[in-house]
Design a protein around this ligand. Structure first.
Ligand SMILES: Nc1ncnc2c1ncn2[C@@H]1O[C@H](COP(=O)(O)OP(=O)(O)OP(=O)(O)O)[C@@H](O)[C@H]1O
Ligand SMILES: [Mg+2]
Length: 323
């Protein structure tokens, strides 16, 4: 197994709020190796975007890193100077946002911006940068790239915007590409096209790709390994096929049962997991899934479970994981 390209070690992040500190991420550990696509999955509010923001070193102003590190090229990127952080962002670690408008300036033609995204390539003349931008638009399936380079972001459809945002991220040739909910804003047909595109791209990207989603189907189609998050914690990790076919955490099982692809016949209402996330300002003692857990035991209410090895490359944070 190759060495980790990036590793998140014991990372905790909280947000200051009027109600108290929101513990959005707690002691998270994960890693991505060269050539690997990893998935991070969990329902809304479980801390996925908080983790993504840490990867690109753009945490919210009210966020505080209370423990841990993100190691990349031998350094903790969270401890770099602002100028060093800027150098890494984009060039080494790039992000595809849920809303592609975030990636672009509304008043500049796309071509100019796609050239600017390559600014670190001092060796490449501007004309060649333009040619690379044209080729990349072609690659992500934008028709008539030369014409579209002259357009503005608001002139494109949602699906085209997301394609151009993916092209922009790839032009920066990052070692690590983080995609935070890359298909959530799109309709089903567009979503399928973007998944297809990401799948094609994975074969010629030799770094690591980190796909963040609440949509389990996306993980199955794209990822080698999965991290399942619940209430700010990684509660299960493993190879995609093990997570799907042999989930060890009751939360992962519930997520799979709610996945439309797992239903035998069409239903009027998709199933959801009963109950809600705990209050991240006042977390319960014991397991944070206890209130919603179908197999909850007495000790789950008092003692936080630790990560338990349940098989090769497979771990779950549950007292009952080996049942
Ligand atoms: N700047 C902030 N200030 C205070 N609380 C925040 C801030 N950003 C996020 N949170 C809270 O932190 C928790 C985790 O949020 P985060 O955006 O990381 O979740 P997520 O898994 O990305 O959710 P979604 O699927 O809805 O995008 C949530 O309870 C959220 O309300
Ligand atoms: Mg999010």
């Amino acid at each position: 197994m190759s060495e980790a390209l990036v590793s998140v070690e014991d990372l905790s992040i909280s947000y200051a709020s009027e109600a108290g500190d929101v513990q959005a991420l707690r002691h998270a550990n994960l890693e991505a190796r060269k050539g690997e696509v990893i998935g991070i999955v969990g329902e809304s509010g479980c801390g996925k975007s908080t983790l993504a923001s840490a990867f690109i070193n753009l945490v919210a102003p009210n966020a505080k890193v209370t423990s841990g590190a993100i190691r990349f090229q031998g350094k903790d990127i969270l401890k770099l100077l602002e100028s060093q952080k800027r150098q890494i962002r984009g060039r080494h670690i790039a992000m595809i946002f849920q809303d592609p408008m975030m990636a672009f300036n509304p008043v500049l033609p796309l071509g100019e911006q796609l050239i600017d995204f390559q600014e670190h390539r001092h060796d490449v003349p501007r004309s060649e940068k333009r040619a690379r931008a044209t080729a990349m638009l072609e690659r992500v399936g934008i028709p008539d790239p030369a014409y579209n380079l002259g357009r503005f972001v608001h002139e494109l459809s949602g699906g085209m915007r997301q394609r151009v945002a993916i092209a922009a991220a790839l032009l920066m040739t990052p070692e690590i590409l983080v995609a935070d909910e890359p298909t959530t804003a799109l309709d089903v047909t567009m979503e399928a096209q973007i998944i297809h595109l990401l799948r094609e791209l994975r074969s010629d990207h030799d770094g690591a790709i980190i796909v963040i989603t609440h949509h389990l189907g996306l993980i199955g189609e794209l990822c080698d390994r999965v991290y399942v998050m619940y209430a700010g914690e990684v509660v299960e990790e493993g190879r995609t096929e093990d997570i799907y076919h042999n989930p060890r955490h009751p939360y992962t099982k519930a997520l799979i049962d709610c996945d439309p692809a797992h239903l035998d016949e069409p239903v009027a209402f998709l199933p959801t997991i009963p109950g809600r996330l705990p209050d991240l300002v006042a977390l319960p003692s014991g397991c944070s899934f206890a209130d919603r857990c179908p197999i909850v035991q007495e000790r789950c209410r008092t003692t936080s479970p630790r990560m338990i090895e349940t098989g090769p490359q497979h771990r779950a944070r549950c007292h009952e994981a080996l049942r």
